[in-house]
Design a protein around this ligand. Structure first.
Ligand code: ATP
Length: 251
């Protein structure tokens, strides 16, 4: 499904006149400094924060004016930052909460939950308590919950925070392989460059650049937006764009 944000303003959140499109099946990243409005923008998409102006469309339908919360949740699933939600649940129970927006038969739900767990490699943990899992395993379970929700759009808000490097790569590999329309706020510019088809760079609530990472993440932009010196090259292991950094002044 296509995602279109047009002229989005959010007063508290400082987002000003943002236009952003995600084509069906595309994996788009939002990058930008702390407080630049990434989460605010995502919240407007997944119907958690109503914009003061502008339109959010998913598959052509206005998320805030046409779709109900339930209809929106049937289309758009969210994986937010590592959180403490769901501590009282087993893994299977937590993934089952992804079925809430749907009214399907319990047998069909069980099948969908089992498939979601299989897809993230967590079948063997189905009966474990969520609280006993590692951070990486928890994020995979939350991704399974998002998959069980069977939306055609996936929203990720800093999904790799607090994960070790292997778990970060594993999670983004999984998402990348899903090939569903995905919009992700990511702090790690190299992860964003490696996995996203296109990036939008936010600064102080505005889009200052967008396009493929190799075109967007220039030393001049990184100096202007993040205040750091950067070298853009290619990762010798993957061939993907790769940045190295130094502090912005001449120290
Ligand atoms: N409910 C709120 N009340 C007051 N200010 C808010 C609220 N929500 C967001 N803001 C402010 O809006 C700005 C944008 O916040 P947002 O969380 O969207 O940024 P972000 O780019 O996701 O930041 P980070 O990278 O630190 O997660 C920040 O200055 C933040 O303090």
């Amino acid at each position: 499904m296509r995602v279109q944000l047009s002229g989005i303003h959010v007063e508290i959140g400082g987002v000003t006149g943002v236009d952003l499109d995600v084509e069906p099946g595309e994996f788009v990243g939002i990058v930008g400094p702390n407080g630049s409005g990434k989460s605010t923008l995502l919240r407007a998409l997944y119907r958690a924060r109503r914009p003061d102006a502008g339109t959010v469309r998913v598959d052509g339908d206005d998320v805030w004016r046409t779709l109900t919360a339930r209809r929106s949740a049937q289309r758009t699933a969210v994986l937010a930052q590592h959180s403490t939600d769901g501590f009282d649940f087993t893994v299977a129970e937590l993934v089952a909460t992804g079925r809430t927006p749907h009214r399907s038969a319990p047998a069909a739900d069980r099948e969908i939950i089992a498939r979601a767990l299989e897809r993230v490699g967590m079948t063997s943990r189905a009966d474990r308590h969520y609280a006993t899992l590692s951070g990486g395993e928890r994020q995979r379970v939350l991704l399974a919950r998002a998959l069980a929700q069977q939306g055609d759009v996936l929203v990720l808000d800093e999904p790799t925070n607090h994960l070790d490097i292997a778990a970060q790569l594993e999670l983004l590999e999984l998402v990348h392989e899903l090939k569903i329309t995905t919009l992700a706020a990511l702090h790690d510019l190299n992860l964003a460059a490696a996995y996203c088809d296109r990036l939008y760079v936010l600064a102080a609530g505005r889009v200052v650049a967008y396009g493929p990472a190799i075109d967007v993440l220039t030393p001049a932009l990184l100096l202007e937006v993040f205040g750091v010196r950067a070298h853009l090259g290619l990762n010798p292991l993957t061939g993907r764009p790769n940045l190295t950094f130094a502090p912005g002044d001449s120290r």
